[in-house]
Ligand binder design. Sequence first.
Ligand SMILES: *Cc1c(COP(=O)(O)O)cnc(C)c1O
Length: 379
Amino acid sequence: MKFNTKTIHAGLEPDSATGAIMTPIYQTSTFVQESVGVNKGFEYARSHNPTRSALEANLAQLENGKFGACFGSGLAAIDCVLKMLSPGDEVISTSDLYGGSYRLFNTIFAKYGIKFHYTAMDDASKVKALINENTKLVWVETPTNPMLNIIDIEAIANVVKGSKAMLAVDNTFSTPYIQRPLELGADIVMHSVTKYLGGHSDVVMGALVTSDEKIAKEMYRIQNSSGAVCGPQDAFLVLRGVKTLHLRMQRHSENGEKVANWLTKNPAVDKVYYPGLPNHKNHAVAKKQMSAFSGMVSFTLKTDTTQAAHAVLSKCKLFALAESLGGVESLIGHPATMTHASIPADARRESGVVDSLIRLSVGVEDIEDLIADLDAALK
Ligand SMILES: *Cc1c(COP(=O)(O)O)cnc(C)c1O
């Protein structure tokens, strides 16, 4: 099955009880057993739920993996990966990282004796230099948030190979429509399903996919033991969302590219960050590992102040001022005072998150309306 067909059919069978073509919402906590130990594959809904199982199978196939697991949020999925480690183990992570992941690593898992190293990963040799006997996990996020830096997954996989570490990739910004890390040598793919996979800003969920049986066994053991599962209603909503993933990502990418190109010509705009622009510093790597460039665009203003950025945010009518990303509707945000406010100003500016940096999640509306909205705000 090719990708677009998989979004609609992979892992999904008509309901065995009724023939319903859409996977029903199995809103039940338990399943009646024929006799002790004899059941239809379902005992208790923390362990397995048919709606969740259908989504897990679907997402696994979209990433070209064998095993999928869904969680109550993206962070709960990352939490599961970290729980595969033991005290004394070391992790090497992308430095330009989703803030919630950073908080989970440093304020929760560091306490349990796991050591974290952060590096830019623009050059795989920087990762290689940090790998030692205790390194058990390399955590890559690409494109990064909000600077949209691109990390060469295959190059990192080559330096991790032969070590004791697993390579995990946060694929939230790309989705498997654009980039499939398992095919590039990663062991685990992670998603904040909340974003593009759900796609309609109505669900908070996370997912992991792997093809490695040993990792999968641990993943399911922790999913069941820690219990951070998603509910069947949310699984249903995401199954519905994923059926149009290919259509949405195609339009998000088209609109993203058009907005990025338009911004480069606007006199109020200083820099534009979009991996699809030929002058993006990692454009060659982006072209190698991504089939499109998604809908995330960041830019700075010639007037590099928080006030100037806030003025643009407040004048946008169609682009809604909000956290999150990846829904059908366009969103606008100001990292320095929103998602990245907790990072000290100097370190923040050092990483490129200057005072006027604005981040867009470009939706699937008509491009003329989106550009008219930005044009009015930037004037
Ligand atoms: C949102 C996000 C997360 C966290 O996911 P939640 O569903 O909010 O818990 C992790 N990584 C990236 C890149 C994200 O954008």
